[in-house]
Ligand binder design. Sequence first.
Ligand code: COA
Length: 148
Amino acid sequence: MNITIEKMNRSHISEIAEIERECFSSPWSENALSEELDNPNARFFAAVAEGKTVGYVGVHSVFGENYIDNIAVTSLYRKKGIATALLKFLEATARDEGDLFISLEVRKSNEKAIRLYEKLGYKRVGERKRFYTMPTEDAVIMTKELKK
Ligand code: COA
């Protein structure tokens, strides 16, 4: 399967909002996603396969620090390396910019996402108690240093 990673543009927004609704209890709306198109600190990338948007990653980047807001792949396209491709693309972009690190929070129970990040070299660096709602849950903070 051919996957392309594209900088998010208006044509991706409705399908990304659909992926958000499928994957998260507090999904980002189309409006919230559209606002990121004009945000100079945002790096949002879409994964496109078979003519549709099947995954995305959204990051906020300030002074060389990258914070992942969300990453998701629609269920029919999971376990095909799409999240890996998105994260590798993000990392290459961050390295090109000379950035310091990429960091994220993940629900403590989300073992498959934690495995994904560990496989790509992210380390557990801490926890945030009761970070998530619906349901309430602690977050694990995972970070990949880029300068080492
Ligand atoms: N069970 C166990 N490990 C899994 C897994 C699963 N169902 N899915 C992914 N992984 C881990 C494995 O280590 C996998 O490597 P492998 O295929 O060699 O075993 C690695 O992640 C890479 O998988 P990949 O195919 O690139 O991931 P994906 O495209 O399926 O996307 C998620 C992974 C987590 C983004 C996807 O399951 C998803 O969208 N989940 C719902 C949203 C979510 O939880 N986002 C994370 C928020 S922090």
